[in-house]
Design a binder for this molecule. Structure first.
Ligand code: NCD
Length: 356
């Protein structure tokens, strides 16, 4: 069975096929109106969500299917001490496919191992958010005419912003892209993302200066400072409001530099820029619904295919101790590790280094 846990679970050909399918759905929605008749999507959102949950649910309704929902950890048996693995086994009895959001890195992966229906990662802590990336790439594809040869600015909370990690993993696979990573020192990319970019030879520069970076960008991905992921609220207070993009600053950007944002925004994009044709973030949210329709169709159609191959090992000497990883919370978990391109041992759930 296929799942979508990490955006690299799909090849670039598969991503292209998803975009083609989404464009076909946009052109001929009536042809898809009964495609999921009799099928149920379980939408399990143990963390807050507006767009992702509603776009998944709207997507399933538009395909003629139905939806069952959990919204908030307090309303589910997780609050009684049920494991994610058991929750996944239960959901498999009631639905045909599920989308899950949870605050721990690796949570969707744990569920996919126990589930007998396809699992979609709708955001696992500060780790990954592959379906936001589906929305992002369709937007870039439609607005820029392709996904290669772009100078991509990413600004804000690169440390905790899971959408950023998945976007980089996706856009690094297209020819000729380079990245300008704009953040305060404390919110630079996590080590595992940087190491992967270095190993793959992806050109990137890091800066704290948005205004200086703006003129060279073909697109700018703004992000919110992820308040809920900070251990010390004082650090959040200090970094909040670090970047505010507005119509005045955008005078210095290229005339065709699109601005994306996974949303919700706080104050990092001023509303005075919303009416500029380069402001693509609300179109991006709409594209997300069509890509989720294409994704649901794909995973249901490929239900009987074998799961993606993984080069994973399990050895009782190698245990993940990252307290934001599902490994340190889920009872009975089998710790799993892999060697990255540099031979560094990493946790298969959260990608952090394992100290042997
Ligand atoms: C993002 C998320 O949940 O990671 N939102 C979304 O899914 N569109 C970004 C965010 O919360 O800042």
């Amino acid at each position: 069975m296929r799942n979508l846990i990490n955006i690299t679970d799909f090849t670039v050909e598969e991503l292209q096929a998803l975009m083609d399918k989404a464009l076909d759905i946009i052109a001929k929605p009536q042809e898809y109106a009964q495609s999921c008749k009799g099928k149920k999507l379980a939408s399990l959102f143990f963390e807050p969500s507006t767009r992702t949950r509603l776009s998944f649910e709207a997507a399933m309704h538009e395909l003629g299917g139905s939806v069952i929902t959990v919204s908030g950890a307090a309303g589910s048996s997780l609050s009684k001490g049920e494991t994610l693995a058991d929750t996944a086994r239960m959901i498999s009895c009631y639905a045909d496919i599920c989308a899950v959001r949870h605050n721990l890195s690796g949570s969707a992966r744990v569920m996919s191992k126990a589930s007998s229906i396809p699992v979609i990662n709708a955001g696992d802590g500060g780790h990954y958010h592959p379906t936001q990336t589906l929305a992002d790439i369709l937007t870039i594809y439609r607005e820029k005419g392709g996904l290669s040869g772009l100078t991509i600015g990413i600004c804000g909370d690169l440390l905790y912003g899971r959408t950023v990690h998945s976007l980089i993993a996706a856009m690094s696979r297209y020819e000729g892209n380079s990245f300008v990573l704009i953040s305060p020192e404390e919110l630079k990319l996590p080590e595992h993302v940087v190491e992967k970019m270095k190993a793959d030879g992806i050109p990137f520069e890091e800066t704290a200066d948005l205004e200086e970076a703006l003129p060279k960008l073909d697109m700018l991905y703004m992000t919110r400072i992820q308040r809920e992921r900070f251990e010390n609220p004082k650090v959040y207070e200090r970094l909040a409001g670090s970047y505010i993009l507005d119509a005045r600053k955008m005078h210095y950007a290229k005339k065709d530099c699109i601005v994306l944002h996974p949303l919700p925004r706080v104050d990092e994009i001023s509303t005075d820029f919303d009416s500029d044709p380069r402001a693509a973030y609300f179109r991006e949210a709409l594209n997300g619904k069509f890509m989720r329709e294409a994704l649901i169709l794909k995973l249901l159609a490929e239900k009987d295919l074998p799961a993606q191959e993984e080069n994973i090992y399990s050895d009782p000497r190698f245990v993940c101790v990252n307290h934001k990883c599902v490994c340190t919370h889920e009872r009975g978990i089998k710790h799993e590790v892999y060697y990255d391109a540099d031979g560094t041992l990493r946790c298969a759930y959260c990608d952090e280094i394992i100290e042997a």
